[in-house]
Design a binder for this molecule. Sequence first.
Ligand SMILES: O=C(O)CCC(=O)C(=O)O
Length: 295
Amino acid sequence: MSDKRQRARVQGSWAKPLPKPSGPSGAVPNNQQPKNAPNSWGCDPQKTPKTFEFHQPSKPVRDVPPEKVIEQAGDHEISLGPSGVSRLRLLPGFLAPKDADWMFSKLLAELPWSQKTNYRQGEAYEEPRLTCWYGELPYTYARSTMPANTQWHYLLSNLREEVEQASGCSFNSLLCNLYRDCHDSIGWHSDDEASLGNTPTIASLSLGDTRMFSLRKQPPPEENGDYTYVERIRVPLSNGTLLLMDGATQDDWQHQVAKEYHDRGPRINLTFRTTYPEPAGHRPGTKLRFTPSRT
Ligand SMILES: O=C(O)CCC(=O)C(=O)O
């Protein structure tokens, strides 16, 4: 016997006996039934609520905020707190497409690209992209260090000057990322290692195929690290686009370039930064607060 039928039988044997019939037909007319007697369905009207009662759900229903897309050139204040104003400046076409194309080919062929090994909870993993580092100081993140490298490729030195003019900032370091195809990525993180100082400005120049740059707001402490309801922004970064992240962006937001599930050609991203000697007594690569490292 099927489980469903077996349960139906057990329920049947427990059902309350029907009231004794009194009329000639054996049936008790409805209007003669005592007011509170169980009806012919075996339901006790006293136990059955007569009216529908609405109970407010104990947890308020929350909407996930719609994701914003920033594509327009110019300055965008993306939040006012909690650490201050977070700002993006987007400059599509910062490099003319023809210039961006030949610089891309040259940097792809001539930079000393390699795959870095990082560590998380004692486990080693290979970064899903290639990188190289320029700066007078070494740079540590995810428990692995890129040694100082002052041999700037002449093209990178020229680009640094152009980016400094456009941003009004000066940069002494550069992290280069090469995404070989749609499978390469960088996970959610903030550029908030102590060696980058407080409220760093990061200038990010993209060459090659377009990839989607995503940002998500840090959740407030009462969310216990749950990002379900945080604000999200997407910025498509195309060949020759300059993006500046400024103000509290590294304190109040995280960013990533996710893997994609359709073909993407290679893309180079140059992130100009200012680095400072690691504070005395700090382990290299220490973050200003507990946030994930780049993966
Ligand atoms: O490739 C990008 O646009 C982002 C790179 C990045 O987030 C980083 O280098 O920290």
